[in-house]
Design a protein around this ligand. Structure first.
Ligand SMILES: *Cc1c(COP(=O)(O)O)cnc(C)c1O
Length: 467
């Protein structure tokens, strides 16, 4: 068949548009039209590429039926909810790619309740305009033992706001924020703390060296003549790496004294936002940073706090007030769904003992119980006991570098079914309720610590796909 004949066999746009599989969806024709044209163009491109190479087509020119089915699959995907829930079998408790902290039932219900009209910015007592943080700020301030607190969209926004508002030029200083080279941290997806902090136009001034930074390095940035003097100091928690060897970093408390002596604010980007000391967690708490003299601490709502994506600032009333009044505060403000979920999460932290949040249930899951459950699941699947292995879970989400939690994993025997670990991982990911595991040294590891909140029958239904 000639090339021209092949191309003539491509279906006509209007005929595909009239296919019942597309018509029955009742969607706007212009929307469907665009997808149909794109699908036909892709097919035309495939035919032309083969013609150019003088090669035969690997598959016949797609029929009207096939093009309609391709477009229907795309539309079905758009019409179904995303992001879909997944089962986290990675053993990383705060997995950024999987939505970090899972919300508690109370937090989910609170977000749902706020989804309609709600008292977001009205004082119900007086009928006057109110603040969306009227209830949350005092609660958070109390929780973190700070004078005041503020909430924005995420941790990066909190850092940006604090650096932009507090690092602005003053009569005594040119503006800018000093940050040790040893704390120029890169977080996920190529974003760097120093770049995010500077995105509001306040420059970040690097002080010290990669491995060693001394108090005198910060002091030098503060002792400059006014046109070169920085307006604030920044301390960034090394949330995802550790340094060993010939290293020196001054203590936060020492830096706080220097900041106070020069009457400049000390911004501490903690990242993880731990509320209370926890035997499983070696991270510093927000309150400890404030006690050591940080003027303002920035951290995320969806890391160790165990709540929704949000950025929190806790610290002195004056510093929080400067942040709150800055125009960026309006640009970065947090939506009502997240605020409602954050309120419920913060309330859970007010109670004695371990907070009843999914993150804390996973953190405190007992190793013996994880093993017993693994053996039970294996028995139900008729998998041999050697599929139960000791593993290590990690907290993730930019907290606790190098810190591991003893855990238990199911490692399916894939040799008997002649599958590679990558194939098995793909089968689980593409299941009705997708499960995401970890491929390690040619094996598929499914960690049970991140699955403690999932019902047995849900897990079993997923794992049976491997048999
Ligand atoms: C996670 C993290 C951030 C960014 O917080 P997001 O909530 O992801 O925007 C900033 N700084 C540090 C130190 C972090 O660990």
């Amino acid at each position: 068949m000639s090339g021209a004949e092949q191309l003539r066999r491509l279906p006509k746009v209007d005929r595909v548009l009239d296919h019942p599989a597309l018509v029955e969806l009742g969607l706007r024709r212009a929307i469907v039209h665009r997808l149909v044209v794109a699908a036909i163009e892709r097919e035309r491109g495939r035919v032309l590429a083969a013609l150019e190479l003088g090669a035969p087509l690997l598959a016949p020119v797609a029929s009207l039926e096939r093009i309609a089915a391709t477009v229907r699959a795309q539309l079905d995907d758009w019409l179904s909810p995303h992001p879909r829930p997944v089962l986290n079998a990675t053993g990383v408790l705060l997995h950024t790619n999987l939505g970090r902290a899972p919300l508690s039932t109370a937090a989910r219900e609170a977000a749902l309740a706020a989804a309609g009209y709600c008292e977001l910015e009205i004082e119900l007592d007086t009928g006057k305009r109110g603040s969306r943080l009227a209830h949350l700020s005092p609660l958070l301030a109390c929780l973190f033992q700070a004078e005041d607190a503020l909430v924005v969209n995420n941790g990066a926004a909190a850092l940006l706001l604090a650096c932009t508002a507090l690092g602005a030029p003053t009569p005594d200083a040119a503006g800018g924020v000093a940050l040790s080279l040893g704390q120029h941290v890169e977080i996920g997806d190529g974003f760097r703390v120093a770049d995010m902090a500077a995105a509001g136009g306040v420059p970040i001034v690097a002080v010290g060296s990669t491995n060693r930074t001394h108090l005198r390095d910060y002091a030098a940035a503060l002792d400059q003549p006014a046109p070169e003097r920085v307006s604030a100091l920044l301390w960034a928690h090394r949330s995802n790496f550790e340094q060993h060897g010939f290293v020196a970093e001054i203590e936060l408390g020492e830096l706080a004294k220097l900041a106070r002596a020069h009457s400049v604010p000390l911004i501490a980007d903690l990242g993880s936002g731990l509320v209370d000391g926890h035997d499983q967690i070696a991270d510093p708490t927000v309150a400890s940073y404030i006690e050591q003299g940080a003027t303002i601490v920035s951290f995320s709502g969806d890391k160790l706090l165990g709540g929704p994506q949000a950025g929190l600032l806790a610290g002195s009333a004056a510093a929080i007030a400067r942040c709150r009044r800055h125009p960026l505060a309006r640009a970065l403000r947090c939506g009502k769904l997240a605020l409602a979920a954050l309120h419920a999460t913060a309330a859970a932290h007010l109670r004695e003992g371990t907070p009843s949040l999914p993150l804390h249930t996973m953190l405190s899951a007992n190793h013996e119980q994880l093993r017993d459950r693994a053996l039970r699941l294996c028995a139900a699947l008729s998998w041999p006991d050697h599929c139960v292995r000791s593993s290590f879970a990690t907290v993730g989400g930019g907290s606790l570098p190098g810190h591991e939690l003893a855990s238990v994993a199911l490692v399916p025997d894939l040799q008997s079914v002649q599958r590679s670990a990558h194939d098995a991982a793909a089968i689980l990911r593409r299941g009705r309720i997708p499960m995401v595991g970890r491929v390690h040294a040619g094996e598929l590891w499914l960690d049970l610590r991140t699955l403690v909140e999932v019902e047995d029958q849900v897990l079993l239904a997923s794992l049976r796909q491997l048999s």
